[in-house]
Design a protein around this ligand. Structure first.
Ligand SMILES: Nc1nc2c(ncn2[C@@H]2O[C@H](COP(=O)(O)OP(=O)(O)OP(=O)(O)O)[C@@H](O)[C@H]2O)c(=O)[nH]1
Ligand SMILES: [Mg+2]
Length: 372
């Protein structure tokens, strides 16, 4: 068989192993238009929102991506603004090297609407400075609503010269959705061209499209973000932990000795607040995560008895929540900070404070200057 590729996910087409990427039955393959082949997995995602997990290792992803390092390309690095550090994945430095990079923060629509664009952009720039990562330009967009796409295309054409353009980033940041928006808005394609899904690891190989000047723009597979909770939850629970719509922040006034649970996924204990006063805590989680307040002395018992019923998601006893660990954060100044539960959400509070943040050991928990 000639080398054929799925037009939805870029996987090499094969007819032998239905659990490996790019599978099609012989019958469907012989009847299909060879220029628009869609593997069985892409077909199912599109028609039944049914994601079949295929086994592709992180190394396989990196091998595909390493092809880019052979070329002097313009890199468009995509991050999820809701999970900036979690989706920043340092491994991407291996790909970007010294190449020219434009940073695109996607999913702006998840942040509350009253948040100012310039304020977030300023925050992004300070995060980049902290990471020691230099870029030609940064921009915030929403691939869901197509916000700031004219500005994005302007930046791409301004910096690309005669080079190809590669969208890279961790899984699930929206690379494929961005490609579909570009094809729809500027190339008259109506239906989605590449496959988008809420499960990480959707795109398997490179999928390229010609730009107006004859160079190419490529969708690429995502680098796996090991801190993603997905591996431990069933799909229905996972869907309810990942925010899809604008997040409605919740405000709590907490005393020392009080605890917040974020479903059964994470927990925050207030050890002490500003000189014993109440402390304002604003939570930013998917609206479907049940945030519950309790006394810290009752928290362990509540978790043991109410996980899957009051503390949801998760909903299902089959979901083995990995062992929790806690992280201490002690702040003495009076600035605003976020405590981030990577991929799940974050809480904002002003110092001074001493808190404990609990999450399964697989989830990155860290403190940063407040985004909002
Ligand atoms: N709210 C919101 N969701 C988005 C946006 N862009 C993408 N998504 C959602 O994020 C999920 C992942 O999108 P994809 O485009 O498949 O992400 P990807 O980066 O291509 O992921 P991989 O192919 O796994 O590397 C899907 O559920 C999308 O609908 C956005 O701007 N806003
Ligand atoms: Mg993709």
């Amino acid at each position: 068989m000639d080398e054929l590729y799925c037009s939805g996910c870029g996987a090499k087409i094969q007819t032998l192993d239905r659990h490996a990427p790019g599978f099609m039955t012989e019958k469907v393959l012989t009847e299909a238009d060879q220029k628009k082949l869609l593997c069985q997995r892409c077909f199912r995602i599109r028609n039944y929102s049914d994601v079949i997990s295929v086994s592709v290792s992180n190394d396989d992803y990196l091998n595909v991506i390493n092809q880019i390092s052979k070329e002097n390309a313009l890199i468009v690095k995509i991050v999820d603004i809701f999970d900036f550090s979690g989706s920043f994945v340092p491994a991407i430095k291996r790909i970007t090297g010294n190449r020219d990079v434009i940073l695109v923060c996607n999913k702006m629509d998840l942040l509350p609407k009253n948040v100012k664009y310039d304020k977030i952009l300023g925050w992004v720039k300070s995060m980049l400075a902290n990471e020691g990562f230099s870029v030609l330009d940064s921009i915030l967009i929403s691939a869901k609503f197509g916000n700031y796409f004219d500005e994005l295309m302007e930046l791409i054409y301004k910096h690309k010269g005669n080079r190809n353009v590669y969208l890279v980033g961790s899984t699930n940041v929206g690379k494929s959705k961005i490609i579909n928006q570009i094809l729809r808005r500027y190339f008259g394609r109506e239906a989605d061209v590449v496959t988008v899904s809420s499960a990480p690891g959707t795109t398997i190989g490179m999928v390229g499209f010609p730009l107006k000047d004859g160079t190419m723009i490529f969708d690429t597979p995502g680098v796996i973000n090991k801190h993603q909770y997905t591996h431990y939850l069933t799909r229905p629970s996972y869907k309810l932990t990942v925010p899809k719509k604008e997040i409605k922040p919740l405000v709590f006034q907490l005393n020392e000795g009080q605890t917040l649970f974020f479903g059964g996924l994470a927990r925050l204990d207030i050890i002490s607040g500003e000189t014993g006063d109440r402390i304002n805590v604003v939570t930013y989680f998917a609206n479907t995560v049940n945030v519950h307040r309790t006394k810290t002395e009752r928290a362990d018992e509540l978790y043991d008895t109410k996980l899957y019923t009051l503390l949801t998601p998760p909903f299902n006893e089959d979901e083995k929540v990995p062992k929790w660990i806690f992280h201490d954060f002690k702040i003495r100044d009076n600035l605003k900070y976020d405590i981030v539960f990577s991929g799940l959400g974050f809480v904002t509070l002003r110092g001074p404070f001493y808190i404990k943040a609990y999450a399964p050991f697989v989830v990155g928990v860290y403190i940063r200057q407040a985004i909002i």
